[in-house]
Ligand binder design. Structure first.
Ligand code: AMP
Length: 214
């Protein structure tokens, strides 16, 4: 099994870029935020606990997210190739991932961080709309759906994520800088970190990412 870790602030384009590179590189995506939102929607015990932190932009406890990721990877094939989007987000979560990999003889291939300034991600997130049914992502200005408020792919009504409201965005960015900077520094110290400029069109950023992972 091998793993690529994708890092970047909320709104850095991680999800959009991940959706494209998993197809091109044959990776299975695991997006911790999507996994948690699904657990919240299904009202599982983990989802109910996670919702308390997510609704105010805080990270859920390391042990909780670690268990969920471990269960998911553990249930997958031994030769799985994963793109982890949004995990690990703290230094203790890096340790959890190391333990998961050690357990199953897996290898961390690289950690890639998509770099975008806070002002840019704030504007992106404030205009983001998502499809609750098929998870497609739009932006009111830069990537609008053909019909305002309606998903191009499945015609469901688009929504704004509760954690994309302005006060929560500021909180999520503060949390990102406080918690995830340590992860970036630690992967850099291990010589595993690749930095990708996240400003530009999706095609350009995807190209930079593929080049970084070669
Ligand atoms: P995201 O969609 O990646 O921005 O994640 C949405 C929310 O889910 C975050 O604001 C956190 O509350 C929670 N979350 C996602 N991934 C993690 C993680 N690795 N550790 C803790 N909380 C997480």
């Amino acid at each position: 099994m091998d793993v690529v870790v994708l890092l970047g602030a909320p709104g850095s384009g991680k999800g959009t870029v991940a959706a494209r590179i998993v197809q091109q590189l044959g990776l299975t995506p695991i997006a911790s935020g999507d996994m948690l939102r699904e657990a919240v929607a299904r009202k599982t015990a983990a989802g109910t606990e996670a919702a308390r932190y997510m609704s105010c932009g805080e990270l859920v406890p390391d042990a909780l997210i670690g268990r969920m990721i471990s269960d998911l990877i553990g249930a997958g094939p031994d030769d799985g190739r994963y793109l982890l989007d949004g995990f690990p987000r703290t230094v203790p979560q890096m340790g959890i991932l190391d333990a998961i990999l050690a357990d199953c003889g897996g290898v961390l291939k690289a950690a890639v961080v998509i770099e975008v300034a806070d002002a840019v991600v704030t504007a992106r997130l404030a205009g983001r709309q998502v499809c609750p049914a098929c998870k497609a992502v739009y932006h009111v200005e830069t990537l609008p759906p053909k019909r305002a408020g309606v998903c191009d792919a499945c015609a469901a009504a688009l929504v704004q994520r509760a954690d994309d409201f302005p006060a929560t965005i500021a909180q999520r960015l503060a949390v990102y800088h406080r918690q995830t900077a340590g992860v970036i520094d630690a992967y850099a110290a291990r010589g595993m970190l690749k930095r990708v400029d996240g400003v530009g069109g999706v095609d350009t950023v995807v190209e930079r990412m593929i080049r970084a992972l070669k």
